[in-house]
Write a protein of this length. Structure first.
Length: 161
């Protein structure tokens, strides 16, 4: 089995687990607790973390066309992680209060990423803040998808920057 097929297999397995959990576990959907201004502030913080945390002077370096497969991969990855860390973990922990739920889900999200954990603390808090601030799951998925695309586009063709 090629590494690409194995990677797609793992991603699809995690996506299936996330979909099954979302379908089976009755999760509390957050009402917009902190309000839209806080959600927008957290979103802006995420942009700053992304732009300056990855590399100063981050710019689009990839010159080759982006395939539909890559776009789908980035979206499925974002959807899967957000289903687990925002919809399920944060949603389940809301009964302990939104600050506790946000901190715990952010820490978990950061710890499962093997590299740049400090950066994932920022993005995890941003995505969680967007979910809490808007109450809309699609908002944090879209933000995460955009983040994934930015990271992908910032890498040099043929290697990691």
């Amino acid at each position: 089995m090629t590494p690409a097929i194995a990677a797609w297999g793992r991603l699809l397995l995690w996506a299936a687990v996330a979909v099954a959990l979302v379908a089976v576990v009755p999760v509390r959907r957050p009402t917009p607790v902190p309000g839209l201004p806080l959600a927008l502030t957290v979103g802006l913080v995420a942009c700053v973390v992304l732009l300056f945390g990855l590399k100063p002077g981050l710019g689009v370096r990839r010159r080759s066309p982006v395939s539909v497969g890559v776009i789908v991969l980035l979206g499925v990855s974002a959807l899967t992680e957000e289903a687990i860390w925002r919809r399920i973990v944060l949603g389940e922990l809301l009964r302990l209060g939104w600050p506790t739920a946000l901190v715990a889900s952010t820490l978990g999200f950061s710890l499962v990423h093997p590299t740049r954990r400090w950066l994932h603390l920022g993005t995890g808090a941003a995505f969680g803040g967007l979910y809490l601030g808007t109450g809309a799951f699609a908002v944090c998925v879209a933000a995460h998808w955009g983040y994934n695309a930015s990271v992908y586009l910032s890498r040099r063709p043929g290697g990691v920057s």
